[in-house]
Ligand binder design. Structure first.
Ligand code: AP5
Ligand code: MG
Length: 230
């Protein structure tokens, strides 16, 4: 088993360029899996949620505009997101591929991304759509803590935390996101159904969609994604 997974990783990592999108409802594990694949394939993980949270932390003009939007569970405007991603996708470190997490999130964003990658003479390899039930994702989000220093994602009910309130990887402070309150999680799920779920058909029609259940353990989900990518 370990051997066959290793062989799978080896054959995939031999690809020089890999451009993936991770799609799915809040809390399904996009960030967790994207971080894992970013490390394995040595390509950057671009999370628009992380980008916006960092702008909020720095109190930039974008951060000041986005803070109340993100904390109410709504989406930041398509124009702002497309502008951020157009700039980001032209940087040198993403020349050999990237993993998009949380972007695109609306049909106009997906159409905008198509235009950006066409201008850059690139193409997407696959869109991995993780799915799962609402009860599970609410439970996962409620027990999520993020590291303020290295961004690692921890689940207080699954991971054994070495020191209370501290990240196992770097010792940084673990915090709960402001948009992880139960009423805001429900709002984010509704926004997902209305504005992001239509992307499943959008990418199915482009033959890029790989549907994967996000309901197993973290390792099981990783292996299911690898099987689909083979
Ligand atoms: P974003 O940060 O993208 O949040 P999200 O989509 O709501 O998703 P989450 O980050 O909450 O969940 P996840 O799927 O990454 O799960 P995770 O791996 O952490 O966006 C936040 C906000 O920013 C948006 O609401 C919007 O306002 C704004 N925004 C961002 N992008 C935008 C865009 N493109 N356009 C407009 N606005 C945008 O896992 C969750 C927990 O579960 C963790 O504790 C983890 O340890 C655990 N876990 C993961 N996998 C498993 C497993 N298999 N089994 C058990 N536990 C698991
Ligand atoms: Mg995330």
């Amino acid at each position: 088993m370990v051997d066959s997974i290793y062989r799978r990783y080896s054959s995939l990592t031999s690809k020089t360029v890999m451009r993936l999108v991770f799609l799915g409802p809040p809390g399904i594990g996009k960030g967790t899996q994207a971080k894992m694949f970013s490390k394995k394939f040595d390509i950057p993980h671009l999370s628009t949620g992380d980008i916006i949270r960092s702008e909020i932390e720095q109190k930039s003009s974008l951060g000041l505009k986005a803070e109340s939007i993100i904390n109410s569970g709504h989406l930041v405007s398509d124009d702002i997101m497309l502008n951020i991603m157009e700039n980001r996708l032209q940087q040198d470190d993403v020349k050999t591929g990237y993993i998009l997490d949380g972007f695109p999130r609306t049909i106009p964003q997906a159409e905008g991304l198509d235009k950006i990658i066409e201008r850059l003479q690139q193409r997407l390899d696959a869109v991995i759509a993780l799915d799962g039930d609402e009860e599970t994702v609410i439970k996962r989000i409620s027990s999520r803590r993020s590291c303020r220093n290295c961004g690692a994602i921890t689940n207080i009910h699954i991971d054994s935390i070495k020191e209370e309130g501290k990240c196992n990887h770097c010792g940084g402070e673990l915090y709960q996101r402001d948009d992880d309150k139960p009423e805001i999680i429900r709002k984010r799920l509704l926004v997902y159904q209305k504005q992001t779920e239509p992307l499943i058909n959008y990418y199915r029609n482009k033959s890029l969609l790989l549907k994967v259940s996000g309901m197993g353990t973290i390792k099981e989900v990783t292996n299911s994604i690898l099987l689909e990518l083979e």
